[in-house]
Every structure is written in C-alpha cells, then in structure tokens.
Design a protein around this ligand. Structure first.
Ligand code: ATP
Ligand code: MG
Length: 780
C-alpha cells in the first residue's frame, strides 16, 4: 500500500480509497474530514486518474491552496497543478468566463463586490425617489441576495404574488422593481455580483445541455468540503455536474452548519442519501485535534440541540487543561485579561503569537481586544474586516483597471470619473445616467458619442468628458502589451492618483500611498507567479479576477507571527493551539437576533460548537458584566452556553484584581446585599470606573455604592482566587427570582464554595440546575 496512507486510521482509510460512486462522510469536528479529502485526491491521482478530471470545492481559497500543497508533496507539484480546486465562487467564475457569451455577458465581465452592489442599490433607491430609511440599501441587498440564492429570478419574482406580498408587508412594495432595475443595470455594466456567480452557473447548466455535458465529462470526480453549509444554488450545481458519473464525495458535519442566514441549508447534508442511489455513508469518530476536556465539553454542549445526527466523537489525546471561564467587569477588562493571558502563556511555554486565536461573534467586539493587545505589544491580525482590496485608495486604482478591461462597468466609472477631480460634477453625471438609461447604452458609450446624444453640457464639460475617454482608451492600448504591474504603475501616475494622494500630506495620505505601493508589489508578485505556472501571462483580467474573489483569509501568507482575530464564522475548518472565545454573554452570543425560535438558537449553539472545537490544547471562555454596545454601557449576563457545558470540564477563574471589587459584582449577581454585613477588613475594593459610572450618581462612587446582603446570603471573604466571596446560605424551600427563568422554588443545594449549585423548579422553564456564581438569583 502507498506509504502515505499509513497516516490515516482505518476509518479514514475506507472513504479515502473508495473512489467510485456517491459517498458522504459525516463526522464531528477535528476527525479528519478535510484530511480524508486531501489524501483521497492524492490517492486518486496515484491510481492514474487525470487531475484534470477532479473538481474539489472548499470553503476558502486558502484551504484549497493548502490542500494542493499537501497533495503536491505526495504526488508531485507538476501533477497537482492541474487540479481544479477552490471555492464555489472562484471555480465557477472561471467557468463562466469561458462561457459568458452564451449568457450575453462579455468574457471580461466585472465581478461586483458587496461595496459595488451596495452603491448601485443605493443609487437606484435614490433614482426611484424612495425613502432610504425604509429601503435601507443593505437590507435590500440581502433580500436580493436571498432571492438569487433561492434561484428566484426577476421573472420568477413577478410571477409569484406571495413574494410581492411579503415585501409589501415589510413596507417595501417596490422591492421587485428595485430588484429588476438592479439586475438590468448589472447586466448592462457587464457585471456579476457574488450571487450571480452561482445563479448564472445554474442558468448556464440548465439552459445549455451541451455545456452541462461538457463539464459533466470533464469533472468526473467531484469532492466537496463543508457540505453542510452549501446553499440551494450551490447544491443544484453539484447535483447537476455529478449527475452523469455520480462520483461525488462530500464531507461535512451537521453540527457545524452555521450559514443559514446566508441561505445554507442543513437539509443538503441530511438528504444526501436520498439524492443519489447507493450512497455509501462513512463516519469518523476519533478527533485528533483537541484534548479530552475540549472534545468532551464540545460534545456536552452540542448534545443540547434537538435537531442533529447522532455522532460519537472521542479522542486519544491527553486530558489537557480544563476550559477556563473568566468573568470581567467590562469589555475593556476582558481585553486586558486576554492580552495578559497570552503574554503569560507565551512567557511560560515559549509560544508564538500564531499559537493563539481570539474568536468573537461580531466584528465590533475586536476593538477592545485590539487596544489591550497593542498595549502589551502583541502583534495581531484581524481577519474578515475590510479586506485590503476594499480600501478606498485600492478600489480607486482597481476601478481604473476595471474600466480598462470593461468600460461598461458603471460602478468603476462613477467612482473615478471625477477622482482625481477633473471638474465633472454630479449634475453632469446625472445627465449621463439618464441619457444612458434612455438609450439603453452604457455611460461610457454616451460619453464617447456625446455629440450624437441628447446630453446638454457646455463645451468645457464636453472637452473634459472627451479627455477622460481618451485617457481610458490610451490605457487600453497599453494593456495590449504591458503586464498588470507595468500597466498599473503607468495608470497611477498618468491618472493623477499618485499626485492626489501625495499632496494630501496627512498621515492617512501617507498610509494610502503605502497601500498603493503594496498593491503594486502584489502585482509584481502576481506577474512572477503566473509566469512560473507558464501557461498564463499575468495579465490584467486574471489579476482582477483573483482580487475580486480574494478574502483576506486567502491573502494570509502565514509569514508574520501574529495572534489571529476573527469571527467564529470565519474560523470554520481552522485550528489553533490556544483559543479564546470572548463576549460570551446573553444577547451577544447567543445573539439577540437569534433567540426567537429554537432553530435559530440551535444555530447559535452550533456556532459555539464550531468555536470551541477550533482549540487544540486550551480554550478560554470569557464574558463581561457590562459592555459598550452602540455607544452605551450595557449590563450583560453570562451566556447560557457556559451554563450548558458539563461543568466537570470547566475551571472557573476569578482573578485577584477582580476580587477587590467583588462586593459590587456579587451585588449584581445576587441582588440586594446589605452594606453592614460586608467586613471592610476582609474585602478591599477598588471601584471599577465604568461599572460605577453606570450607576451614574456620584463622582466618588465607592462611598455611595450600597453593598447589601439578602436575607439568606452571608458574605464570607475567601482567599482562594478561584472561589466566590460568598458562601450561599440559600436553603431548600426558598423562593428565588432569576432574570431569565422567573420565579422558582429551591429544591436542592449541592457543592461547596465556587461550585455551589442549586436545583430550582421554575414556574416557566421547569427544573434547572444553576451554578450560583453565574445565576442572577434574588431571594423573594
Ligand atoms: P473540521 O470539522 O473542524 O473541519 P476535520 O474533520 O476536517 O475538522 P481535519 O482538519 O482534517 O478535521 O483534522 C483535524 C486535525 O487532526 C488536523 O490537524 C489533522 O492533520 C489531524 N489528523 C487527522 N487525522 C489524523 C491522523 N490519522 N493522524 C494524525 N493526525 C490526524
Ligand atoms: Mg475540515
């Protein structure tokens, strides 16, 4: 047997060497699903299957690159080069380019990113004189996106009165008209948005049987990673392409389905066995990624979901440390805790920054963490924020380049026609847009033939418009011979962009110049890279496509040593030795917007499962008692997900510095705590600035702040850093009030110190076992 197959266990080996027929690998996190796909491709090639016939779809382009590199080490680099591997979007963009004419698109169509789509939608809303507070462009965009991902075309929309009604109910009766206009404008601009890449591929495969046959014959073997997160549109593409040979291998984990909000459909994985004949189902059970504590804790939480496939996940790895749970007063404190813990771990265990990841539910949470990391001089990188290619100055340069390739590109044109300023104002632009819509021509065509149109502008303006056209055309000529680096260098100089940013003189201006330089460097790299692959030349069209579909996860060259900060959604499939999951608070995680139904809550819980299972050695769960949100300090309570983890896997940390103001904290938790009962000798406390300010009643708050004890709770100061300051004297029979579950009767009390738990029968919610240090209980 081939030597590399030794690196798989028996359960992994089976699906790896089974290369014919439909099959699905359903398995929990870290069990080697992605590894099976990688080795399977290597195995197929070693059996003589032409890489040209293998299509492999991954969640990020980075994942594809890593798989390809791994395969190259097994079968050789030149062989691996011909594999078709990438995200749905990147693979099908490539196919659409070569088939674009069939759909009436130019092969050099532009790919609109979300920013372009937003701008176009905002402009349509304005042109239609609609109320922009009702027709919020982002909401409109996401609505259009969901139509497209459900394959609801404009025509289908208007044929379905229910859709119209639903939009009317949402106070947006003109939704369909916006959708129609948006689609037409994109088409006229020779542009596809992200969703079009899937929608148009479906259109291509359905309307043109010969095209379908061509790609069915080409992709005899299809593999899909993270199958649980495919949306309807992606599902149909895979289905169509694999229909002839049925050599389809998908891997996934229903417990990690986290993209329902973008149309992902967990049923795709659940129904796979119904979709194909004689499906072989494989299960992997051994987790190689994480410690026992992490694996077991993750199992205990996902167990709370009702909708799931039963799975076993175990590991032979070490027990490891328990999961550390840490409470802070504020989000700022949370950031400081994370930063100092990273700092200490690095010192104590000789670790690199890249051994750590900080995961959060929403991007907005990164700021407090960043501040703390900077203070500690810990290098970090944020993934998934504004990507490099979406920065203003970069988009300005790219817009020139896009216009060279595709002068119909309306968003690119609007962006740069008067940047750097050329005296072409908004009034002129409005006239051009109206005229272009009237003639059903592009704006560029109208500008070029201005004398033959009805556009009324003075001769000065006319000259300016013509000069712009001439400028772009001169770039087009250069593009025939120059590579993308040479072209961009010329464009940035000749267009006046460099001069414009240079004269700025502010620090921002300097950063912008540096970014442009970085872009040019990237282009140089790209040109060199393409030349090495030999079959391509590194031309502009290829570059733009690369850029349009790049996420900044892809751009990570893995060279610099930094702590990774990202949302949990982005972390799917990745792994890190140390993982912090921050902001574990009700209304934040689970998100306030996802608590209305059980299925929403279950998706949040899956998200938490994904987060926890990224950790190899150690996981930290942190939450703050108050946090700045929307500019206000908001009280929060710990996430239910902490309570849901079997507590034998948890280590609850209360740091020394926090104990100092514990009376206040615990007053928060237990309700009224009487001042007189707190022994001033035993408890020294320092007021926490923000938390006190929220009480808002004094400049010297520590004197005014009331520390009181409820009837049945006596504070006892402890010295152990891991225990609570209060020992509970809560007794069986007490009636208590919980912020979420309402009133209930105490049935049982168990445990000691920090681990005291009460079993309470709540009027709403039934019997619950609560850890007193978390539960906000009030004796009534
Ligand atoms: P996820 O659900 O998070 O995507 P996965 O099921 O795809 O996880 P992999 O990423 O393939 O899991 O594997 C998890 C880790 O375990 C990787 O570091 C992988 O290299 C390692 N691993 C998997 N199988 C084995 C094995 N048989 N021997 C050694 N290491 C393994
Ligand atoms: Mg994986």
């Amino acid at each position: 047997m081939d030597k590399y197959l030794n690196q798989l266990n028996d359960a992994q080996l089976e699906p790896t060497i089974q290369i014919e027929g439909p099959m699905i690998v359903i398995a929990g996190a870290g069990s080697g699903k992605t590894r099976v796909l990688t080795y399977r491709i290597a195995y197929m090639m070693s059996k003589g299957i032409d890489p040209f016939n293998i299509l492999s779809l991954t969640f990020t382009n980075k994942a594809a690159r890593e798989m390809k590199e791994r395969i190259a080490t097994i079968v050789g680099a030149s062989e691996a080069k011909n594999l078709w591997m990438g995200t749905f979007h990147s693979v099908f963009a490539r196919i659409l380019r070569s088939e674009a004419d069939k759909l009436g698109y130019p092969s050099n169509f532009t790919i609109y990113d979300t920013q372009d789509s937003d701008r176009l939608i905002a402009s349509i809303i304005k042109e239609m004189s609609l109320d922009k507070d009702i027709y919020k462009y982002k909401q409109v965009r996401s609505r259009i996106s969901s139509y497209k991902n459900s394959l609801i075309t404009v025509r289908a929309y208007f044929q379905n009165p229910e859709l119209k009604e639903a939009d009317a109910m949402a106070r947006r009766p003109r939704m369909g008209d916006i959708y129609k206009e948006y689609v037409e404008r994109c088409f006229k601009a020779g542009a596809m948005d992200f969703d079009d890449l899937l929608l148009k591929t479906n259109e291509l495969l359905t309307r043109f049987p010969e095209v379908l046959a061509k790609y069915q014959n080409r992709f005899k073997y299809i593999l899909v990673d993270e199958y649980q997160d495919t949306n309807h549109s992606q599902y149909l593409i895979v289905r169509a392409l694999s229909d002839k040979f049925q050599n389809i291998c998908v891997v996934g984990d229903d417990a990690q389905s986290i993209y329902a909000f973008r149309g992902a459909n967990i049923n795709n994985i659940l129904n796979f066995q119904k979709d194909y004949d004689d499906v072989k189902v494989f299960r992997l059970e051994q987790n190689y990624r994480s410690t026992k504590n992490i694996v077991n804790a993750a199992n205990s939480i996902i167990d709370k979901n009702q909708t799931k496939l039963e799975k076993i996940v175990w590991t032979a790895n070490d027990e490891g440390e328990k999961i550390k749970v840490h409470r802070s007063l504020t989000d700022g404190d949370e950031g400081r805790y994370v930063a100092s813990t990273i700092f200490e771990n690095k010192m104590n265990h000789q670790l690199k920054n890249s051994d750590f990841a900080i995961l959060y539910r929403t991007n907005a949470q990164s700021r407090a963490i960043e501040d703390a990391l900077r203070k500690r001089d810990i290098k970090y990188r944020i993934y998934g924020g504004l990507s490099f290619y979406q920065r203003k100055e970069i988009k300005d340069v790219l817009s020139y380049l896009r216009l060279i390739i595709n002068p119909a590109d309306e968003e690119a044109l609007k962006r740069i026609i008067n940047f750097p300023p050329r005296g072409i104002g908004q009034t002129t632009m409005d006239k051009l847009i109206v005229s272009a819509n009237g003639y059903n021509r592009t704006i560029f065509e109208v500008m070029k033939n201005i004398d033959k149109t009805d556009v009324k502008v003075n001769s000065g303006t006319k000259t300016k418009l013509q000069n712009f056209v001439t400028l772009i055309e001169s770039f087009q000529v250069l593009n025939q011979t120059a590579d993308v680096f040479e072209l961009a260098e010329h464009v940035t100089r000749t267009s006046g962009l460099i001069r414009e940013f240079n004269k700025d003189g502010t620090p921002e201006g300097v950063t912008r110049m540096e970014n442009i330089e970085e872009l040019l460097n990237g282009m140089k790299d790209f040109v060199e890279g393409q030349k090495e692959i030999a079959d391509t030349t590194g031309n502009l069209a290829e570059f733009l496509e690369d850029v349009a579909l790049a996420t900044d996860l892809d751009a990570d060259k893995g060279d610099a040593d930094h702590v990774a900060l990202m949302t949990i959604h982005l972390a799917k499939g990745l792994e890190f030795p140390y993982v912090f999951i921050v902001g574990l608070e009700e209304d934040l995680f689970p998100s306030a917007m996802s608590m209305n139904t059980r299925s929403e809550l279950e998706e949040e819980r899956r998200l938490f499962y994904v987060a926890l299972t990224r950790a190899e050695k150690q996981a930290y769960l942190t939450y703050a008692l108050s946090r700045y949100r929307w500019g206000k300090l908001i009280d929060s309570e710990p996430s239910r997900f902490i309570e849901e983890i079997d507590e034998q896997y948890l280590d609850i940390v209360t740091p020394i510095e926090e104990r100092r103001f514990n009376p206040m904290l615990d007053a928060d938790i237990f309700g009224d705590v009487e001042d007189s009962k707190v022994s001033p000798n035993k408890i020294r406390y320092k007021p926490a600035k923000k938390a006190v300010l929220k009480k808002g009643n004094s400049k010297k708050p520590q004197e005014k702040f009331q520390v009181t004890t409820p009837k049945n709770l006596k504070p006892v100061a402890k010295t152990d850093g891991n225990t609570n300051l209060f020992d509970s004297k809560l007794v069986v029979g007490n009636i208590v009030k919980h912020i979420r579950f309402g009133t209930g009767e105490v049935l049982k009390i168990e445990g000691k110190g920090a681990d005291i738990k009460a079993e309470i029968n709540f009027q709403h919610g039934g019997v619950k076992k609560l850890l007193l240090r978390f539960a906000k209980l009030e004796v009534v």
